[in-house]
Write a protein that binds this ligand. Structure first.
Ligand SMILES: Cc1cc2nc3c(=O)[nH]c(=O)nc-3n(C[C@H](O)[C@H](O)[C@H](O)COP(=O)(O)O)c2cc1C
Length: 331
């Protein structure tokens, strides 16, 4: 069974990729992921705030008037709270490259152009096979329009893509008004692929303590449907590489993502919950599923249920919403 796939121009032996997570901080975990057969490994992100914070911290150290920095981002984690500082991050890419023969995808996470983007070329130099640019943003101001947000993002993608020779994938949130047009603009600006989607970690309220509580819950398969719909819609219209991220827990989930049009399937929660060895089981189960259902190759399944090829495209469109609401029956 030929499970090979092309993602961002990288020829991968199968579509199962270890998505961005803290697993990469520990070389023994990286080794276990490689032993389990991960076809690529995505680093967790290097954050714009982190690079800025470090520069600011260095400045403060040398600056007698340290406390005059009005913009000191005290509400953000301090440089020492990030797992790896920017230089250690680059060193970790080198260590992983020396340790395992698996392509490493570095991750940049930020929203505005600036000197932090110099880390793109440095990641390339350190041996990254590609860069994932995570555009996670939570806009809370009434003064910022969707047009502005998208234009900034497009400019950022253009700047990063031009600064490196390796491919750049863009990791998006699902909350854009007109995702197909935006996706096409990102690809026109130089993106080689789209990663759908970021997961937003919802803040909770503790009503007794009157506190906003941070929560980090791992995903379940129920989150995959949102990804399936948008990969099915986009992959039938915007030619680029697609990665599904969010809600892949078993081989059936991976098959569903591939049928929607995903070139690769990123897994995080399942690896954090069950350990890196889960990757090996997923690859085995994916092969078995395709064999049992008489596919010759992964390519044969890829995109077979996208918006253009599925038997009833209304399932992905507004008609589905109307039908689903009408289908409720009281017992
Ligand atoms: C503990 C943890 C850390 C993560 N760190 C990052 C990160 O640094 N950058 C990033 O783009 N995504 C990060 N993610 C998001 C994952 O890459 C992935 O998009 C998300 O967990 C959905 O996939 P899943 O359902 O397989 O978990 C993180 C997720 C978890 C659970």
């Amino acid at each position: 069974m030929d499970l090979s796939t092309n993602y961002l121009g990288l020829r991968l032996p199968h579509p199962l990729v270890a998505g961005a997570s803290p697993l990469v901080d520990d070389l023994s975990m990286v080794q276990r992921l490689a032993d389990a057969g991960a076809s690529a490994i995505v680093m967790h992100s290097l954050f714009e705030e982190q690079v800025r914070g470090e520069a600011l911290a260095r400045e403060r150290f040398h600056d007698a008037h340290a406390h005059s920095h009005a913009e000191a981002p005290t509400y953000l984690p301090q440089p020492e709270e990030f797992r790896l500082g920017p230089d250690e991050y680059l060193e970790q890419i080198r260590r992983i490259r020396r340790r395992v023969p698996v392509p490493v995808i570095a991750s940049l996470n930020g929203t505005s152009e600036g000197s932090w983007l110099r880390y793109g070329p440095l990641m390339e130099e350190a041996g990254a096979a590609a860069i994932e640019l995570n555009l996670y943003e939570l806009v809370t101001s009434c003064d910022v329009s969707s047009y502005e947000i998208e234009r900034n993002a497009i400019d950022l993608v253009r700047a990063v893509s031009r600064s490196v020779r390796i491919p750049v994938a863009v990791k998006l949130s699902p909350f854009y008004t007109a995702l197909p047009a935006f996706a096409r603009a990102l690809v026109d600006a130089g993106a080689s692929g789209l990663v759908l989607f970021n997961r937003f970690y919802q803040a909770d309220i503790d009503p007794d303590a009157l506190e906003v509580v941070r929560t980090l819950r791992l995903s379940t398969s129920s989150e995959l449907n949102l990804r399936l719909r948008w990969i099915a819609i986009l992959s039938s219209q915007v030619r680029t590489s697609y990665a599904a991220s969010g809600g892949v827990h078993d081989a059936r989930d991976a098959v569903r993502a591939v049928m929607a049009g995903a070139d690769c399937v990123q897994v995080v929660s399942a690896l954090l919950r069950h350990g890196p060895e889960r990757m090996g089981e997923l690859v085995r189960e994916l092969r078995e599923w395709l064999e049992q259902h008489e596919y010759d190759s992964l390519d044969q399944a890829k995109g077979s249920m996208n918006l253009k090829r599925c038997p009833d495209p209304r399932g992905f469109e507004r008609a589905n919403y109307v039908q689903v609401l009408q289908s409720w029956r009281f017992e």
